[in-house]
Design a protein around this ligand. Structure first.
Ligand code: JFZ
Length: 430
């Protein structure tokens, strides 16, 4: 199905792989791993450029081995990954010609982005880079030297738009570097817009022209126009050229998926942390269980969305043990049940009371999110199910008319059940 709107038709083409792959790894890593109180620490604790400097002098991630990260992602069943090439603190994990504030000038002496890309591509994963539009280190960025909540940057931008042009040159220049010197990228994840600091304030039309000319297939998120809460022309049937290819709800899964004002589905990706921080936070023990992560992934797919699950490597370059353990457990589930995630989307049947459906072609995947203690009803599916199998081990499930079917209108529902739950004779069970 092609769309008459060329922007939307192009988006549909570009996002095809993305909507198949469904599950990716977000990686927030930078100098803030040293104070280990989250990636906003410079702002939230009002740390001056000078007082933040020792982290740059000290940064020495001796255990950075992106091959290990890539293996953990792949083993978890993730198909792509997005690394913070630059976060709001302005520190660059790549060898930019446009700044001295970069990893190659630290004790690491390494282009961390280049190594990340090589390692993840080698595992067959698609690769993306996060690039912060906000920059607390650049002297022409409104917040420079006087950090307050950036929600008020736009007032200062209005007072002095001239110096801001120099920042834009820098920002556009770095995007050009990333898209020129690092081979084929799959995603650029810009972050983020707010108030006046949105769209054309970033010279977004020009930036997008550059991006599309350098790497036409590249996916971009919607944050050249929006923040984590949504908004922007991606939600209309006339998206602007810089509206982005997918919506990026943050820390929530939209209750009914994401559609535009004409009801057309919009590609989307929820980004969600494993504990309560994006950047490494040593004291944050609030890790989600693997079961919770799996449920969230299934919930996203059941609403046509993706899950970008975050890890925050520590200052030595290692993904925290807790995170690796969760990923391994998720991977164990994915190795058996990945067919119910990859290439799947919203089912043509409403959400059942006992869990979620995902669907791929004529296969309906029933995700039972409660203890399996007896037959499960498939309301509205009578006459529509040929057979049922347990995905994890391929074993046969029995389909039947329920014992009390007479209580319901003809053909209202069928049951499926494990053999051990068949406690009464079922003449037409198979
Ligand atoms: C942003 C970043 O600030 C954060 O550090 C992280 O990288 C996350 C993925 O993205 O988080 C936001 C973005 C926008 C809002 C709040 C947090 N917002 O619009 O309120």
């Amino acid at each position: 199905m092609t769309d008459t709107n060329p922007e939307i038709a192009a988006r549909t083409e570009r996002t095809r792989w993305f909507l198949q792959d469904r599950f990716g790894m977000f990686i927030h890593w930078g100098l803030y791993a040293i104070p280990a109180r989250g990636e906003w620490v410079r702002n939230s604790e009002r740390i001056t450029v000078e007082d933040y400097r020792p982290y740059f002098e000290e940064f020495d991630p001796v255990f950075y081995d992106p091959k290990e990260w890539a293996r953990a992602a792949k083993q978890a069943g993730m198909k792509y990954a997005v690394l913070t090439a630059k976060h709001h603190d302005g520190f660059c994990l790549f060898d930019s010609k446009l700044t001295e504030y970069k990893s190659t000038n630290t004790k690491a002496r390494r282009d961390l982005v280049a190594e990340f890309l090589e390692a993840f591509r080698a595992e067959g994963l698609k690769v993306g880079l996060y690039y912060s539009l906000i920059d607390w280190h650049h002297e022409d960025y409104p917040a420079y030297g006087d950090l307050h909540h950036p929600m008020r940057d736009d007032e200062r931008y209005r007072r002095d738009p001239a110096t801001f042009d120099r920042y834009l040159e820098y920002m556009h220049g770095q995007v050009r570097e990333l898209l020129t010197n690092y081979g084929k990228l799959d995603i650029m994840w810009f972050d983020f817009s707010y108030g006046k600091m949105a769209g054309e304030t970033w010279k977004a039309a020009e930036l997008i022209k550059t991006i599309r000319s350098l790497q036409p297939h590249l996916l971009i998120d919607n944050r050249l126009e929006a923040g984590g809460e949504g908004g922007g022309s991606i939600y209309t049937s006339e998206p602007l050229p810089y509206a982005g290819d997918f919506a990026s709800p943050e820390q929530i899964i939209p209750p009914a998926g994401v559609t535009d004002d004409s009801g057309r589905p919009i590609p989307w990706e929820s980004c969600i942390t494993l504990n309560n921080n994006w950047g490494y936070a040593a004291a944050d023990r609030t890790y989600k269980s693997a079961a919770t992560v799996i449920r969230k992934l299934v919930e996203c797919v059941s609403k046509n969305g993706n899950l970008l699950l975050n890890v925050g490597p520590d200052a030595t370059g290692r993904i925290p043990r807790e995170s690796l353990d969760i990923l391994a457990e998720v991977g164990e589930w994915m190795s058996r049940n990945g067919d119910s995630v990859y290439g799947c989307g919203q089912a043509e049947f409403p959400k059942p009371e006992w869990g979620r459906f995902t669907q791929k072609g004529n296969k309906l995947y029933a995700h039972l999110l409660e203890e399996n203690v007896g037959p499960i009803n498939l309301l509205g599916l009578a006459g529509k199910v040929k057979k049922a199998r347990l995905l994890a081990d391929g074993s046969e499930l029995f389909l039947s008319r329920p014992w009390n079917a007479s209580m319901y209108p003809d053909d209202a529902f069928v049951n499926f059940a494990r053999p051990e739950h068949q406690t009464y004779p079922l003449p037409d069970a198979r």
